[in-house]
Write a protein that binds this ligand. Structure first.
Ligand code: NAP
Length: 276
């Protein structure tokens, strides 16, 4: 039941009608039994700062931020956590006790948490990271913060690859093709494979003993993960990152970590309904 006491959280983006976040977050609120509701709000490109101002006025209790507003929101909040400051990008806004707003980036930590939940620690491991877009940058930063021994970035565009390498600090290097075979963990953080069977690299380089993660989550078992499985590697799908980054948002908003399984079921149900 929605009442006058119900707290409101929202995602802002453009486009935003396709967002899985309302399904994920409302399932988590129900599982936790908290009096919150989550909606999707279309905010036109260029209006990110005005949306942050509106959050203050309307006293929205939690905000998720998606394309194209992550940078504008990072510049509009009062304080940034270290990952958001390094990335100059915010996917989560949290009202503080004094009324100020603090921005976070939970994508990278969500990815690392999804690997840990699947039984794979990154501390001391070498990682080959495919891609250098927004998600890959967040992952590069989080891998370094989590103690990865080496983060080799391979990307079509050299300039953005160099930026992601810098985010990984002293463990970041520009990747070479042999990193695909030599790394303990290989991550597809490009958009290749979303809704298609396209591959982000030559899968013949993958081998047994590796963990191969794909952050693309539709289809859940991407062609890249199927090739990894065929090569004897251990596949980790992108739904884990999706639900873990959202679970971390909930923890920041109200202090409780929801059951990620409940969120995964909600996401899968929503995806299945859209693609039947
Ligand atoms: P983005 O900023 O647009 O970056 C896209 C990346 O893919 C870039 O590195 C780009 O290379 C590369 N790329 C795209 N098309 C390519 C092609 N044909 N050949 C070679 N490289 C190509 O996107 P993003 O926000 O990082 O998201 C990437 C993917 O991750 C999307 O599919 C998104 O839905 C998914 N995602 C999943 C989660 C999750 O929770 N599981 C979270 C965030 C994003 P260039 O730099 O050369 O353009």
């Amino acid at each position: 039941m929605i009442s006058g006491a119900t707290r409101v959280a929202a995602v802002i983006g453009s486009p935003v009608h396709h967002s899985l976040s309302p399904a994920l977050h409302n399932a988590a609120f129900a599982q936790l039994g908290v009096d919150w509701v989550y909606v999707a709000l279309h905010v036109a490109p260029g209006d990110g700062q005005r949306a942050v101002d509106a959050m203050r006025t309307l006293q929205i209790s939690g905000l998720s931020v998606t394309m194209p507003h992550k940078e504008a929101v990072a510049a509009s909040v009062d304080e940034l956590d270290p990952a958001a400051a390094a990335l100059r990008s915010v996917n989560t806004v949290v009202p503080q006790g004094d009324g100020s707003l603090k921005g976070y980036s939970t994508d990278g930590a969500g990815f690392v948490a999804s690997l840990a939940a699947a039984g794979h620690e990154v501390h001391g491991r070498s990682v080959c990271l495919l891609g250098a877009g927004g998600a890959a940058r967040a992952i590069a930063d989080a891998l370094a913060r989590s103690g990865a021994a080496r983060v080799a970035v391979l990307n079509r565009t050299l300039a953005t690859a160099q930026d992601a390498v810098q985010l990984a600090g002293s463990v970041g290097v520009l990747g070479v093709p042999s990193d695909l075979r030599d790394s303990d963990i290989v991550v597809n953080a490009t958009s290749i494979g979303m809704g298609s069977d396209d591959l982000p690299c030559d899968p013949s380089a993958l081998r047994a003993g590796q963990v191969v993660a794909d952050i693309v989550y539709h289809p859940r078992h991407t062609a890249f993960l199927r090739a990894a499985h065929a090569a004897g590697a251990t596949p980790v799908d992108g739904l884990g990152m999706l639900v873990h980054q959202a679970a971390l948002q909930q923890q920041l908003w109200h202090g409780h970590l929801p059951d990620v399984q409940v969120m995964a079921v909600a996401a899968e149900r929503e995806l299945a309904a859209r693609h039947q």
